[in-house]
Write a protein that binds this ligand. Structure first.
Ligand code: ADP
Length: 340
């Protein structure tokens, strides 16, 4: 099989700390510039421009069909975009894929480990793909297994490991060539809560101790909360960018939900509320939603004004889902079936 790198990175040349790159100018780990992708008539990515900063964990959050996989494939050099560019440490993913691959570790959602081989054998084969061999590879396997907490499992068959450990072997594979940028597609899928916690602990350690810049795709709000910054996508468009806290604080005050007996009742209630209180509620099925600084006081006023029309009430601090609803006008989860 072809060697991906003629110049294996046993020491990281671009640390992701913003120096180096093809032009010698400071570079960003990941930079999208008007990135667009169409599948025939369907636009999967619509003019995306944003950057991942050095040594941050960056989340790409979006519901099904929002374009995460398409963007992941472009960054992994598996697909060429229709327009614009995606650069990794200054190298264009479409025009310089080999340079991009040298700098990038990729952990796909689907299993890529060989279950019938030992942990060390899996890593050895991966190392060979990147031009590593001999003592250098041996040392790197040892180092990387230490990094993911599997030093004592090197000789075990992967099939005998738990799901969480197998995911850590995937992570070790992605790290074997000391990449500065790590891409992970839905890394928590299929992991139990304990294994998820472990995985995030390893990601934070890579960020803090090795300066690795990490991009994670996810459709899970809890996972997005762990990221330093997020890009929220909807139907291929960037709808929000910032830290989870910044995004949630962008919603002023409380999020108030009124449950009604059905969709029509909700529409009626929203119209009457808008009229009476000069507010602009959004109807989400049988729920009427709005944002208020004085959530609790407002609720009392509404209940008194419309007795018998409200079946349930909640007043809560904004969540990332609220950010999504505010920016798109609809819920994160819809029942629309995506056709691929
Ligand atoms: P996500 O990973 O967020 O679910 P995708 O990148 O898979 O989103 O999909 C984005 C859009 O592109 C969706 O509308 C999807 O149906 C469409 N799409 C994805 N892959 C293909 C394909 N191979 N051919 C045609 N349309 C596709």
């Amino acid at each position: 099989m072809a060697t991906l790198s003629q110049n294996p990175a046993s020491t990281r040349s671009n640390t992701g700390a913003g120096s180096g790159g093809p032009s010698g100018f400071p570079t960003l780990p990941i930079e999208l510039d008007h990135l667009t992708h169409n599948y025939g008539n369907r636009q999967a990515l619509d003019n995306l421009s944003f950057a991942v900063h050095p040594a941050e964990i960056f989340g790409l959050l979006g519901p099904n069909g929002s374009g995460k996989t398409t963007l992941f494939r472009i960054l992994s050099t598996l697909m060429v975009p229709t327009g614009g560019s995606a650069r990794i440490l200054g190298f264009d993913a479409a025009r310089e894929p080999n340079k991009v691959r040298q700098q990038t570790g990729i952990v796909f959602q689907a299993k890529s480990v060989d279950l019938k081989l030992t942990v060390a054998e899996n890593l050895k084969h991966q190392g060979h793909l990147y031009g590593l061999s001999g003592q250098q590879l041996k040392a790197r396997i040892k180092e990387v297994l230490g990094r993911v907490g599997l030093s004592d499992r090197a000789g075990e068959y992967v099939e005998s490991l738990s799901g969480g450990m197998q995911r850590r072997v995937e992570l070790a594979k992605g790290l074997i060539h000391s990449p500065s940028v790590l891409l992970l597609d839905e890394p928590s899928t299929g992991l139990d809560p304990g294994a998820r916690r472990d995985l995030w602990q390893y990601l934070r350690m890579l960020r803090d101790e090795e300066g690795v810049s990490i991009l994670v795709t996810t459709h899970l709000m809890e996972e997005a909360e762990h990221c330093d910054r997020l890009a929220i996508l909807n139907e291929g468009k960037l709808v929000a960018l910032g830290s989870p806290l910044e995004l949630k604080s962008s919603i002023g005050g409380d999020v108030v939900l009124f449950e009604t007996e059905g969709d029509e009742a909700a529409t009626r209630l929203a119209a009457r509320m808008a009229d009476r209180f000069q507010v602009q509620p959004v109807v989400l099925g049988r729920t009427v939603r709005l944002e208020r600084r004085d959530g609790h006081r407002f609720v009392t006023g509404v209940v008194e004004a419309f007795p018998g029309e409200i079946e349930g009430i909640s007043v809560a601090k904004p969540s990332l889902e609220d950010v999504f609803i505010q920016r798109t006008g609809h819920r994160f989860w819809t029942e629309v079936k995506e056709e691929k």
